[in-house]
Ligand binder design. Sequence first.
Ligand code: APR
Length: 253
Amino acid sequence: MNELIATLRAGKSVFVLTGSGISAESGLPTFRGVGGLWRTHRVEELASPEGFARDPVLVWTWYNERRGAHERAQPNAGHFAMAQLEDVLDDFTLATQNVDSLHLRAGSRNVLELHGSLRQARCTHCSAGRSLGTAGLPLDEIDHACGGRWRPDIVWFGESLPQDVWQRAREAAARADVILVVGTSAVVYPAAALATNYNRRAFVAEINPEATPISNRVACALRGSAAQVLPRIVAALSSGETASPDLFVRPCG
Ligand code: APR
């Protein structure tokens, strides 16, 4: 931890990549974990343009339920720790794969939503946008006047990420002194590439109770939950204390 804290202290630029694991302690399911969304639902039916074309009512029913769950959930200590870290650093960028808005609700500002957000809908034909209330889109309003359909403004499998957001994330990852990878299985690309592919110089730390395909490519792996570990990093950074070593699999020197 000392090296991580020392690098964070000395570092000018920090990049954080988060996944659904950071929202697990807010009561939201992950995708591939036990009880994960893709264990209980067919991804091709719900998170693909083809699935939407086949059954938009099914898709909107599911996303409206998720939108409601996001609204009922509260940011946890992991989200708040990231907002605090941003306050004490000059150059801090948080790129999230999550569409639950919990980072923004925790007070994070420089947030890049790589996979979009469920606050918005977009027309499949004219690309018009509309904000969604906490109940999502009324099912009798799926058709848009232009002949298109309103769809969730998120990135589905096989679709490209929003280019401006992606570009900013790549640039922030490339200039970072420290990269924190929190609560992601690091199996979905291109987002996962931000952790290790654009910066050979950065000190990369992974925060995840479980190993991932990038665990052997990071400087240190902290095997704990986001809400447990992130506040300890922020506390150690601001108080100069060192955290007990029990969390480490790949010691941080
Ligand atoms: N704290 C930190 N990490 C956790 C926690 C926790 N409390 N609970 C679970 N995790 C970890 C799991 O060990 C797992 O590695 O979070 C990870 C969640 O992985 P996935 O379920 O694969 O979710 P994610 O990585 O966010 O998925 C990426 O895939 O389905 C698409 O678009 C969707 O954005 C999503 C993308």
